[in-house]
Design a protein around this ligand. Sequence first.
Ligand code: AMP
Ligand code: ZN
Length: 114
Amino acid sequence: MEDCLFCKIIKGEIPSNKVFEDEFTFAFRDINPAAPTHILVIPKTHISGLNDLNNENINIMTKLTSTAREICDTEGIESEGYRWVINSGEDGGQTVFHLHLHILGGRNLKWPPG
Ligand code: AMP
Ligand code: ZN
């Protein structure tokens, strides 16, 4: 999508600190990290968020989680623990409307979140 920040990051039009890329997914470090490890995993196709998932595109969740699993391994946060988050809509705190899974780790994360 033309005016989407994360679509521009995928295309390289906006620089990012890339961690991983394959045919379906792209991962990069969050510009404003909330934890020592804070990585965003996104689909290469534009899906605006959880509400946009349907039977046609739901398989992307397998690709996102598969990439996220691999990254948790390579980042070395598996044994200590970590958290995956997908914010949705205003109450969920979503600010970028291109589906993204946050990987947070490297510190003791509090629960429940604010
Ligand atoms: P959310 O609030 O769940 O929509 O998450 C959006 C995330 O994108 C926030 O954690 C931002 O810090 C992050 N973010 C925004 N712009 C950029 C960027 N140019 N590069 C990397 N991360 C970004
Ligand atoms: Zn997009």
